[in-house]
Design a protein around this ligand. Structure first.
Ligand code: SAM
Ligand code: DTB
Ligand code: SF4
Length: 337
């Protein structure tokens, strides 16, 4: 499986609670099934665990943009590259709360607050905990992504009532070093373990379309599925083009059928996880979206922008979900609540 990486195990020592371990060959066998067979298996697993006619809607807010010391080769917010994104300080609680209210009115049920940090300072964490409390009071699910955490910081976020912590493995163990050098994959896995131990649900996934091979995409799924307990939430991002970053030299947009196969494989390997079709949806046709939902993707980000890049327009999402008969808080909001 994930050679050399130390991953947490659910309930350390509680072997009965440990989920199964996936081998890379098993993931490859699923991915390579005839399309109809793969889709049938994915749809069966999906129906056993979720309502197939309903998806979750989340909204992103960049609470601290740009100037990040990490060198993630895909990211507009890294201070290592000239991407045209201007660094800004941490937003005020009132600004974040206004954005959360707008997101709720627009039909989002989860509000994800992202900061371009390597790790948060304790002083900044105080502010983020206040934001989490305020957003929860609106009745929304909360998610934050702040980089690496200490045990104490994870405990404080948990006390504030945080529902999810997003921290992605991003890609396979083999491809990781070609994309990021300032933070190891093991450091990411350690943060994920701290988050779990603090009782916060894990949101963890990655990006495709950076020049990785299909084997790397499957290696990423194996890594995620074997994280002791699979993440409750799995974002799959298509790389959203950003000028000035190194990934431009290798990027290749995945064939849509390959994307659908990957999502179906993720659904089968992580049956109970919410799989989010994340960045890059503006590159996808309505038909590709429909197949991804059929494969088991059951969450999207709504809103015309993600953090610094474009998202599919809300009107197109509303029309698409209506055509597919898929229920969401977005359709409810558009129909006047
Ligand atoms: N700084 C925090 C961290 O890296 O943990 C949080 C913010 S970062 C924007 C969260 C994730 O968004 C990254 O791990 C990556 O998977 C995804 N991401 C960032 N830039 C992207 C892009 N241009 N296209 C697709 N996904 C991207
Ligand atoms: C994730 O996996 N995707 C979201 C969320 N986690 C924080 C971020 C997507 C960012 C896309 C690039 C941008 O807009 O800057
Ligand atoms: Fe910083 Fe996160 Fe962007 Fe990496 S992905 S450069 S850690 S903001």
């Amino acid at each position: 499986m994930t050679a050399g990486l130390v991953v947490g195990r659910k309930g350390s020592g509680d072997t009965a609670a440990v989920s199964r371990v996936w081998e890379r060959a098993e993931a490859e066998a699923l991915y390579g099934l005839p399309f109809a067979e793969l889709m049938f298996q994915a749809q069966r697993v999906h129906r056993e665990n979720f309502d197939p006619n309903s998806i979750e809607t989340a909204s992103l807010c960049s609470i601290k943009t740009g100037g990040c010391p990490e060198d993630c080769g895909y990211c507009s917010q890294s201070a290592h590259y000239d991407t045209g994104v201007r660094a800004k300080g941490l937003l005020d609680r009132s600004e974040v709360l206004a954005a959360a209210k707008a997101a709720k009115d627009a039909g989002a049920t989860r509000f994800c607050m992202a900061a371009a940090w390597r790790r948060p300072k304790d002083r900044d964490l105080d502010s983020v905990c206040e934001m989490v409390r305020a957003v929860k009071e609106l009745g929304m699910e909360t998610c934050v992504t702040l980089g690496m955490l200490t045990t104490k910081q994870a405990a404080r976020l948990s006390e504030a009532g945080l529902d999810f912590y997003n921290h992605n493995v991003d890609t396979s163990p083999e491809f990781y070093g070609k994309i990021i050098t300032t933070r190891t994959l093991q450091e990411r896995i350690d943060t994920l373990s701290l988050v779990r131990e603090a009782g916060i649900k894990v949101c963890c996934g990655g990006i495709i379309g950076m020049g990785e091979r299909v084997e790397d995409r499957l290696g990423m799924l194996v890594l995620l599925a074997n994280l002791g307990e699979p993440p409750e939430s799995v974002p799959i991002n298509l790389w959203n083009e950003v000028k000035g970053v190194p990934v431009n030299d290798t990027a290749e947009r995945p064939d849509p059928i390959e994307l659908v196969r990957l999502l179906a494989t993720a659904r089968i390997m992580m049956p109970k996880s919410v799989v989010r079709l994340s960045a890059g949806r503006q590159y996808m046709s309505d038909e590709a979206h429909a197949l991804c939902f059929l494969a088991g993707a059951n969450s999207i980000f709504i809103g015309d922008v993600l953090l610094t890049t474009k998202n599919l327009k809300v009107d197109r999402d509303t029309a698409l979900l209506a055509r597919l008969g898929i229920a969401s808080a977005l359709s409810q909001a558009q129909n006047g609540g």
